[in-house]
Design a binder for this molecule. Structure first.
Ligand code: FPP
Length: 233
């Protein structure tokens, strides 16, 4: 079986999972966070190299303040948990997105976690937080523009490869497979540039219920796809 090098996951359905149980949405998010921890181990066991998960989008600020604060708090908790567990696994943990929205301590903890796990050789987990594909492109273009001014690079020489260097995912191969839970058929601004040729797998399962068997099913379906990258067989 062909195992993707990079998998992306849109972890949707935490709210519905909680609602079905007559519980507050927060319980669903917490369960979703727990599921991420479990599933990352399964993904790593398969030999996948990169896992990028959508934890908070640039559009999620539209949610009630209470829910936004909860999700930021959950990120802080998870970062602390990953710092405490650093010797228990072989994962590199990184956050992508515009992290300047977070307080200085959280930003420093994220950087610390990245540094203490950077020499690990297992799965790299990218937690996309305050992430949006459009925002990422704008941030990339701004950084590139500043560098262009410094280097006098001719604008006509800009290539996809050059722009890619300024993305949050610089140096990481594009995801071959993107999984979206809870049945919605949209990208929701996730990895817009990087997903140009990704295969999408959409399941009705809600994120907290998405398990190892579902992951295997997604990879099986991915293997059945004929990937032509715009060419012909
Ligand atoms: C979408 O479900 C989910 C989110 C907006 C949050 C995703 C967060 C986690 C899975 C927890 C892991 C978090 C961190 C910080 C590592 P939804 O609330 O839109 O569900 P609904 O569509 O059923 O209402």
């Amino acid at each position: 079986m062909n195992i993707p090098v990079h998998i992306g996951i849109i972890m949707d359905g935490n709210g519905r999972w909680a609602k079905k149980r007559f519980m507050p949405r927060q319980v669903g998010h917490r369960q979703g966070g727990e599921n991420l921890r479990k599933l990352a181990y399964e993904v790593e066991k398969l030999g996948v190299k990169y896992l990028t998960v959508y934890a908070f989008s640039t559009e999620n600020w539209k949610r009630p303040e209470e829910e936004v604060s909860f999700l930021i708090g959950l990120l802080r908790e998870k970062i602390q948990e990953y710092i405490d567990d650093k010797d228990k696994n072989n994962m590199r943990i990184n956050c992508i997105g515009d992290l300047t929205c977070l307080d200085k301590k959280t930003q420093a903890d994220i950087e610390h976690l990245k540094q203490i796990t950077k020499n690990k050789t297992g799965l790299q987990v990218n937690i996309a937080f305050n992430y949006g594909g459009r925002g990422e492109l704008i941030r990339a273009v701004k950084k590139m523009y500043n560098d262009l001014l410094k280097t006098n690079l001719d604008v006509n020489n800009i290539t996809e490869g050059i722009l890619e260097k300024y993305l949050d995912t610089s140096g990481i191969p594009d995801p071959e497979l993107i999984i979206r839970t809870s049945g919605e058929f949209r990208t929701s601004n996730f990895l817009l540039w990087q997903s140009a040729y990704s295969e999408y797998y959409i399941t009705d399962k809600l994120w907290p219920d998405f398990n190892k068997d579902d992951l295997m099913e997604a990879i099986k379906k991915f293997n059945e796809r004929e990937r032509r990258f715009g060419g012909r067989k």
